[in-house]
Design a protein. Structure first.
Length: 80
């Protein structure tokens, strides 16, 4: 009877390991996709944001000018 419980526990741990592996690859794919879009945003959106900020918009917002200034900041902006 004890072996049956251990057998079920082993099976449960194998299934959890399989799910964790799938979640890891899904997270990696998501981060890769977000980083690609962040690179595009830095190249395309950042110059527009800088022009708008130079025009006097967002005077009270400290982060608005920096929101697409780097790939990391663009990733943070997209993740929010």
């Amino acid at each position: 009877r004890l072996f049956a419980v251990l057998k079920e526990l082993r099976r449960l741990l194998q299934m959890m390991g399989s799910c964790i592996k799938t979640l890891f690859w899904s997270l990696l794919l998501l981060l890769l996709t977000m980083t690609i879009w962040a690179v595009i945003a830095v190249e395309v959106i950042n110059p527009l944001v800088q022009k708008v900020a130079d025009g006097g918009a967002w005077e009270g917002c400290d982060r608005c000018r920096r929101s697409f200034s780097s790939v990391f900041m663009a990733n943070v902006t997209f993740f929010q």
